[in-house]
Design a protein around this ligand. Sequence first.
Ligand code: NAD
Length: 476
Amino acid sequence: MEKTVLINGVWEAGEVTGLPVVDPSTGREICSVPSASEDQVRRAVEAAAAAQPAWAALEPWRRADSLRAMAACLLKNRQELAELISAEVGKPLRKSGEDVDNAAIYLGYMAEWDRRIEGEIVPSDNRDETILLTRVPVGVIAAITAWNYPLDLFIRKAAPALVTGNTMVVKPTEVTPLATIRAIELISDEECLPDGVLNLVTGGGAVGAQLCSHPLVNMITMTGHRDTGKKIMVTAAQTLARVSLELGGSAPAIVWKDADLDLAADAIAFASFENTGQVCTSSERILVHRDVHDEFVERLVERANRLKVGSPREDVDLGPLVSRGQFRKVSEAISRARTEGATLRCGGHGLPALPREGYWVRPTVFTDVTPEMSIFKEETFGPIAPVIRIESFEEAIRLANATRYGLSAFLFSNDYRLIMRAQNELRFGEIYINRTMGEALQGFHNGHQESGIGGEDGKHGVLKYTQIRTIYHRYG
Ligand code: NAD
């Protein structure tokens, strides 16, 4: 792959030696993607800055039309994009196709915001004066993405930013950049957007850091690890660029004694194992009342064993982990949990029937987990369901909140008073009652505490790409 940098509508080869993209089901290199040089990053930001006033001056419905054209373009090339996602992420082809559909639906939803960005009129202290609060674009947005849903994470940033009149430089993750590069290539071939509105630079953390530090960048929107988010805030402090950071989580799932255990086991199996556990809202700590503990564990293990793990090209539920680094991290978490005294009920790493080179971990359930264990404390980001036995609702809430993260939490119960208590007492940005994970377009996906700043989706996810301008209109 050569031309992976898009500046003002012109494709260029990255000027710095490439980074390999690996098929995680075989461990083999698919291709190498060259990185953008410092000069290319600078020119990409300048192109976005130059294109921004004209883009913002367009009628909003024209910008919305561009988003709809982007959606149509993605759907027209659904199969090709899905195959790229499966090749680089390792997720089953059926699910990668759903990712493309979701990206197109997201563009369609955000296009509807064209006529909905409203201002306010507030009374003035002066006679013959009106005070208007209007919403204007933030300007140039730097978008930095993670690898677990590469196309969706890019569109989740681009759609609201573009419809509100901002321009963008995207740096996809170096781990899975292919679907994003190809999507932008298709969008640019079909001329869905004016030149300079959407620019692309490839590369790793160093390129991301250069992009974030450019003085013409007005806002950085990033999805990734908590520690990277903290580094980006330090960089942004130099230019006072706004930040929107969607970071990791360690979601608790409370199963109370009156829960529908089949519903809870289905929902938690999905929330623990979907995308091989590589979802920011994955349930990573399962707190089960002692009266139903054994029965629940039996059902969860049964569901874990039922999931088919295998090559993304076959009809399977789960593929491998995304990379060797991720495989090492998850394998170490499994080994450490066993050393620290947790009981392995099913799963583990390695999968004899599949290529030894791939990064395979089976859906894994641990019991006898305690809050002192490493597996309780850190985000594993793998298909691991650690179960903790609880005695009381107070203990459940206390343990659920015993984390610096605050993205999502789950509760399974039919006791109205406990549900209301959980809504008030759980310190998370998104709480699922009697259902599994999966955000709505019109909701607001936002992490509290160290899970992030900003949030995405819905009204609040659009408005963050605008800033308020106050106009004192004296006419007397
Ligand atoms: P990561 O932080 O390693 O990388 C994310 C991006 O940041 C990459 O594009 C990387 O090149 C870039 N980057 C690295 N260092 C940088 C720097 N100093 N300055 C600027 N950019 C830099 O994360 P990852 O491993 O790709 O993704 C996994 C993490 O993402 C998990 O913690 C997961 O929970 C989180 N995540 C969160 C959400 C959410 O919506 N909250 C969604 C998906 C994933």
